[in-house]
Design a protein around this ligand. Structure first.
Ligand SMILES: [Zn+2]
Length: 309
């Protein structure tokens, strides 16, 4: 009996593949382009990776997958995926048949949450909320070490339906908040303003200036007045729904992932703001960047592969 798990982080461009031979260990084997348009080519690519890197492992060694998009826990079918080859397929069930081994799949935010709860900056915390501040806003929830998959596979998606305010008051001045149509069909979702693209949209709205989120955060750190207004507005808009999430779930730790999580000063400022807006008093840091900012998908998949084997 082996405890080995094959792990894959499947994005729109590349499949990152790894083998975890023992809990807590991950051998990253490299990456290959994702065959995005053909299911058969995708299956063949996965078979090749398993053959190449797991020749010494027993037949039937499980495979655990982290991928963008939503995985329905009822049918396993992929929803909102950016990989056309997956459309209409139950990734886990169909791959399991094709590759003759157990296959589990979850979305990348969920895998990041599992990685942080089991081996990262939220280790041994009972209620872990992972937030993704990437292109947009996402998240995942792990309670007592178990991923909460929720109805329809949608849990921790605090960026949608969380309608942002229409006006902010910053340093004694009123500022309007743009209400933008979101990809989910609603208008005014935090997703449109709370991630890196959202910060850039806010900057454009207030200053009619195209700057990258990195430039805006750097400007804020250097005391640039325009960047500071944008970041202060961003902090207000993101902290409020996050405080609501804290009041509902009572997390003992929130870990942040996605591009903006690399800006530790920004996450620290958000932590202070969130703790100032919740019912329960958190004396210590509640929100911090995750440990697995680049490999959360693979590490989380290895955890999931063992929990759900
Ligand atoms: Zn939305």
């Amino acid at each position: 009996m082996t405890s080995a798990v094959f792990c894959a982080d499947i994005g729109g461009s590349f499949i990152k593949f790894g083998v975890s031979r023992h809990p807590g260990e991950m051998e990253e084997c490299g990456k290959v382009p994702t065959p995005v348009s053909s299911w058969d080519d995708f299956v063949q690519a996965m078979q090749n990776l398993i053959d190449k890197f797991g020749a010494d492992l027993p037949a039937g060694t499980p495979l655990a997958i982290s991928t963008a998009g939503l995985v329905s826990p009822q049918t396993g079918e992929m929803l909102a995926t950016n990989i056309p080859a997956f459309t209409g397929h139950s990734l886990a069930r169909d791959l399991s048949v094709a590759l003759a081994r157990p296959v589990t799949a979850a979305n990348d935010a969920d895998c990041f949450a599992l990685a942080e709860a089991h081996a990262g900056n939220a280790q041994n915390q009972p209620v872990v909320v992972a937030i993704i501040l990437g292109t947009g806003v996402g998240g995942g929830l792990v309670i007592n070490g178990q991923l909460v998959r929720g109805h329809g596979g949608v849990t921790g998606e605090w960026g949608h339906g969380a309608i942002t305010r229409t006006e902010l008051r910053i340093n004694g001045e009123n500022y309007s908040v743009p209400r933008l149509k979101c990809g989910c069909g609603q208008t005014g979702c935090l997703d449109m303003l709370g991630g890196a693209r959202g910060m850039e949209r806010l900057h454009q709205h207030y200053h009619q200036q195209g700057r990258t989120s990195l430039e805006i955060v750097t400007g804020w750190l250097n005391g640039d007045a325009e960047a500071s207004l944008t970041v202060n507005a961003w902090l207000e808009l993101v902290a409020e729904p996050l405080a609501l999430l804290v009041n509902i779930l009572g997390p003992s730790r929130i870990v942040a992932g996605g591009g903006l999580a690399s800006a530790s000063e920004l996450i620290a400022a958000l932590d202070v703001k969130v703790r100032g807006g919740v019912l329960h008093t958190y004396e210590q840091t509640l929100l911090m960047p995750g440990k697995f900012l680049t490999d959360g998908g693979l590490v989380g998949a290895s955890v999931m592969g063992r929990l759900e084997r």
